[in-house]
Design a protein around this ligand. Structure first.
Ligand SMILES: NC(=O)C1=CN([C@@H]2O[C@H](COP(=O)(O)OP(=O)(O)OC[C@H]3O[C@@H](n4cnc5c(N)ncnc54)[C@H](O)[C@@H]3O)[C@@H](O)[C@H]2O)C=CC1
Ligand SMILES: CC(=O)C(=O)O
Ligand SMILES: [Mg+2]
Length: 373
């Protein structure tokens, strides 16, 4: 198969879908790989390294889109890229469609085979291609939160770890999954007072066990959420209902209850955010303030640490990518059931229930479209 990767064009997105070692793996299986000139620069991979690994270098994105049968990216396609898709082209990337109606419409119209990293799912409900980026975003959320708590950025002027003789900063993490766990690790490491809220009793028990008394765990319900709204210096939004729009757990009128200069880092922004006032921001303009609460809502946080993120992401996307390239979508999904929920759009049909629900579209189970014979 002809595989192509392009330079990411989302603001300050420096990750790349394939590393030179990925290229080597595809080429070793008999595939051709085309890399847009300079695509790896932001993550520290040169064109020469790609050539050495067996890729050809394309002068521009148009060439890659025109020639590749499978496009491997990082972020959801931007409008300039959507124009270039060809019917039946296999797109393998993050899509986050439930938060993006125009993109959903574009991919349906173009009849792309859209496989989303974030909804590839293991039998036990794990999300292997989301997990490494969630770990990175979770860790970054505390780094960023701590920065925006500084007075210069409009924050409360609170040091999360405190110093002897004064109170430590209070961090609440809503959603104790991969983002939540990693946010809590960093916050505990800094010496903050940390509370994690989740609806899953087993998960709360697990977090309680591994942190050995260094965090407080609370059931995520209206009462406990209101408690942390009032007390926290930093709130991290980290809930996920896979493939669906995130629920708004903090409402607009509750911001008034927060401390002046408190910070919300809504990592769940890529699924629409779990705070009503969340709007996606970019690395070049990452924050806005409503009711004296600083909102940090960057939808591609891992792009800030592009080298680490690219290495972590491509390690988990490569095995599925190789299978897609070797077998094509239909056979690959027969061999590996984890890929099936990854298929969000196919032949102009919406094949992911959470996305169809978000926009009132007709939902067609992927098996119906894929396994016609
Ligand atoms: N902004 C960014 O750059 C990035 C954003 N993300 C996003 O972060 C979000 C979280 O991802 P993960 O941690 O990997 O998901 P996860 O599935 O590991 O964890 C989500 C947790 O939310 C909990 N949850 C569900 N409903 C809840 C509620 N009402 N209250 C409290 N907890 C609730 C679940 O029980 C689960 O433990 C996703 O939307 C993901 O796409 C991930 C990476 C980068
Ligand atoms: C998960 C995601 O959206 C990201 O890494 O940008
Ligand atoms: Mg994102």
């Amino acid at each position: 198969m002809k595989i192509g990767t392009v330079t990411e064009i989302k603001t300050h997105e420096y990750r790349v879908g394939l590393t030179p070692s990925c290229v080597k793996a595809y080429v070793g299986r008999g595939h051709e790989v085309m890399v847009q000139q300079g695509a790896g620069d932001g993550a520290g991979f040169s064109d020469e390294q790609y050539i050495e690994a067996g890729a050809t270098i394309a002068p521009d994105r148009e060439t890659v889109f025109a020639e590749a049968e499978m496009i491997v990216k990082v972020k959801e396609p931007q409008p300039d890229e959507c124009k270039l898709f060809r019917e039946g082209q296999l797109l393998y990337t993050y899509l986050h469609l439930a938060a993006d109606e125009p993109l959903t419409t574009a991919l349906l119209e173009k009849k792309v085979q859209g496989v989303a990293y974030e909804t590839i799912e293991t039998a036990n409900g794990g999300l292997p291609c989301l997990r490494p980026m969630s770990a990175i975003a979770g860790r970054l959320s505390i780094q960023e939160g701590a920065k925006y708590l500084e007075k210069t950025y409009g924050g409360r002027g609170v040091l999360l770890g405190g110093v002897p003789g004064i109170e430590r900063g209070k961090v609440a993490v809503i959603g104790g999954g991969e983002v939540g766990l990693n946010a809590a690790k960093m916050a505990v490491g800094l010496g903050a007072e940390v509370t994690i809220l989740d609806i899953c009793a087993d998960r709360l028990a697990y977090l309680d066990d591994i942190f050995g008394g260094r965090v407080t765990t609370l059931y995520s319900n209206a009462g406990n959420i209101e408690k942390v709204i009032k007390e926290s210096d930093l709130i991290v939004g980290a809930v996920l209902l896979p493939g669906k729009k995130a629920p708004h757990l903090i409402k607009r009128d509750q911001l008034k209850m927060m401390k002046k200069g408190a910070v919300i880092a809504d990592v769940a922004v890529d699924q629409g955010g779990c705070i009503e006032t969340t709007k996606a921001t970019t690395h070049s303009d990452p924050i806005f303030v409503i009711d004296d609460v600083v909102h940090y809502c960057v939808a591609n946080m891992p792009g800030a640490v592009a080298r680490s993120s690219t290495l972590a992401l491509t390690s988990t996307t490569l095995p599925y990518g190789l299978l897609l390239a070797d077998k094509g979508l239909e056979e690959a999904c027969k061999i590996c059931k984890e890929l099936l929920p990854g298929v969000n759009v196919l032949e102009g049909k919406c094949t992911y229930e959470g996305v169809a629900e978000a926009f009132g579209l007709e939902y067609t189970p992927v098996e119906k479209v894929l396994f016609k014979n």
